[in-house]
Design a binder for this molecule. Sequence first.
Ligand code: NDP
Length: 298
Amino acid sequence: GESAQLIDGKAYAADVRARVGRQVEQLRDQHGIQPGLAVVLVGEDAASQVYVNMKAKKTGEVGMQSFQHRLPIDTDEQTLLDLVHQLNADPNVHGILVQLPLPDQIDSEKVLAAIDPAKDVDGFHVVNAGLLSRGQLDRALVPCTPMGCLMLLEDQLGDLTGLNAVVLGRSNIVGKPMSQLLLARNCTVTIAHSKTKDLAAVCRNADILVAAVGRTRMVPGDWIKPGATVIDVGINRLPPEREGEKGPLVGDVDFDSAKQVAGAITPVPGGVGPMTIAVLLANTVTACCRAHGIAEPT
Ligand code: NDP
């Protein structure tokens, strides 16, 4: 059959990072300011370490200052809260990211609530969630992964007004903010989740299908409306072919059957994944400019 167009998130993310790099240069040359991003990691979770190292690397590459705080796994809540307060007060830190998940002895909600909303570049603070739900995107800091998905969709489709969008998943990190962003862009939005009846029928109505479930290849091609644009947020690791090796990464969408039906689709890896860090860097520039009361360089 036909084959869908591939949405190259890797290339688009590189463009976003290049733009951020130019903005950082302008902030330095015209205002003598260097945006700074602080990343906090508690414990030694392997995946979290990979993410944190990647964030620090990319932060440096665009010319921003990177602050890293690595705390032991048995860190108590108050110690982490003290660090967050210290970063809130530090004028060289414009963005603060506390890598999730946190160990059990620490209440994540409490830690997220302690971050100054103006420095909350992950967009998880209730103030930022509230601004997003009120449609005040110019004042909010928006969660990075759904913002990255929206950028890919608008690059692919232009104006999204009137399109039927189905978001699979309702997490506070991906599904919920994704649905609010699509609503802000005038889509007709359906949010599906584990209690949804007849997911296949719901999905077949989607001009835009965003899958953020965390289940290997859950969405087959015959759930997809012909010509639809499919954004696969899922990152699932298959068991390795040989012992001691890492298994391959796959999405929430069954790529091989979906690409026969969809108009355009993101691959995993190389789709949504690279966009997350690119938007994180863009959010840090935004936070920095707002902190200094200056217009964001274009
Ligand atoms: P969560 O586990 O927090 O949420 C999963 C959502 O999927 C829930 O709302 C759940 O429903 C729903 N769900 C689970 N099973 C089904 C089912 N059988 N049918 C319909 N809905 C179902 O995950 P996240 O939102 O944090 O992440 C989703 C995926 O995206 C993961 O694979 C994750 O690794 C990936 N991810 C990728 C990122 C990136 O690319 N940078 C960033 C963040 C996440 P219910 O609420 O009813 O339980």
